[in-house]
Design a protein around this ligand. Structure first.
Ligand code: SF4
Length: 341
């Protein structure tokens, strides 16, 4: 029988479990000195572990058949297909501990970070190792659309929005207040993809406007950009109940619209925020730790994988890792961090 835990202790233990599981360490507590602690940890883990970690991932569609599209800008041409390791040399002047200006507030945290005093809304990305239910091969993404002239991209995005309409194509429409299509510059060089709207986004009809959105804004600022210079969208456009991970059918129904948005914007770099976004963009379920630190190829665009801001709010110690991921994107875009404030 698991021991009762007070909320603070439970929060601490859950944070440690997430940290170790993201490193690929699971069930290491099965043989600890204290059997009562082992039982408690196992019970805790079971509350956010829907499936066995040993299940094989679905077919890697994008990795085995990397998408091709006409290169519109020289920077879009990839040196190779599939994935490539990020350059090993560090980004110049990119020590996260040195970047303490206003742009980095909320992004880089001093270790060790205490538990936040006020917890953000619970979100499925709190637990980055959740699999997409059910575990079966993801659908093949649609063919890459023809390139749209920069001047026509806003209209092309509006056309997609008009096609979506008051969508009832999947069950998620039943609980939404507002459909969250996407937001930002139709000609953005950088595009972020999250999982789905949360409560704030559902009320405002815009992506990443809650606490996680504030942190994403800080991350964008740290990269030397303004929010209106990037484009932001999600895997699903309607809020899943209780912020759960979108079901397979929901993601399969909604992601064709996301892929069309990507094809219209044609960013030079995509950033997948969290495991769900990475899974649907890559067409393969893999642990987040194995996807970070590399440049992937999705629809002819470079893809960087990092943590979802909601996860970073729960575990601020990982912000330094997220900053390292963003530096890869910055290097590909030729960006430099803003001057220290
Ligand atoms: Fe339609 Fe996507 Fe909303 Fe489902 S999540 S109802 S497919 S817009």
């Amino acid at each position: 029988m698991a021991l009762p835990l007070d909320p603070a202790t439970r929060e601490t233990l859950e944070g440690r479990l997430r940290f170790y599981r993201d490193l690929g360490l699971t069930e290491f507590y099965r043989r600890p000195v204290d059997p009562a602690l082992a039982e408690q940890l196992a019970a805790l883990e079971a509350t956010f572990r829907p499936a066995a970690a040993s299940a094989p991932p679905p077919a890697a569609q994008q990795r085995t058949q990397p998408a091709q599209r006409p290169a519109e800008r020289p920077a879009e041409r990839m040196a190779g297909q599939g994935t490539q390791p990020a350059a090993a040399k560090p980004f110049p002047n990119a020590s996260p501990f040195a970047l303490t200006g206003s742009a980095m507030q909320g992004l880089v945290s001093p270790p060790p970070a205490p538990a936040p005093q006020t917890q953000p809304e619970a979100h499925s990305n709190d637990y980055e190792d959740q699999p997409i239910p059910p575990r079966k091969p993801l659908p093949t993404p649609p063919e890459i659309s023809a390139a749209i002239a920069p001047a026509q991209r806003a209209a092309a995005l509006q056309q997609i929005r008009d096609e979506i309409g008051d969508c009832t194509r999947c069950a998620l429409h039943q609980g939404r207040n507002m459909l969250v299509f996407g937001d930002g510059d139709p000609n953005a060089r950088l595009m972020f993809v999250g999982e789905g709207p949360g409560a704030d986004e559902d009320l405002q009809g815009l992506p990443f406007v809650g606490k996680a959105g504030q942190l994403l804004n800080n991350m964008i600022s740290a990269m030397g950009l303004q929010r209106d210079q990037v484009y932001i969208a999600n895997v699903v456009k309607c809020r899943p109940p209780a912020n759960r991970v979108p079901e397979q059918e929901e993601g399969a129904t909604c992601t064709p619209f996301l892929f069309r948005q990507i094809d219209v914007v044609r960013p030079e770099v995509l950033v997948a925020l969290g495991a769900t976004a990475a899974t649907w963009l890559l067409g393969a379920r893999q642990p987040l730790a194995g996807l970070r630190g590399r440049i992937h190829n999705v629809r002819g665009t470079k893809l960087i994988v990092t943590y979802h801001p909601a996860f970073l709010l729960r575990d601020p110690r990982q912000k330094k890792e997220a900053w390292a991921d963003l530096q890869i994107a910055m290097r590909e875009l030729g960006l430099k961090p803003p001057a220290r404030g």
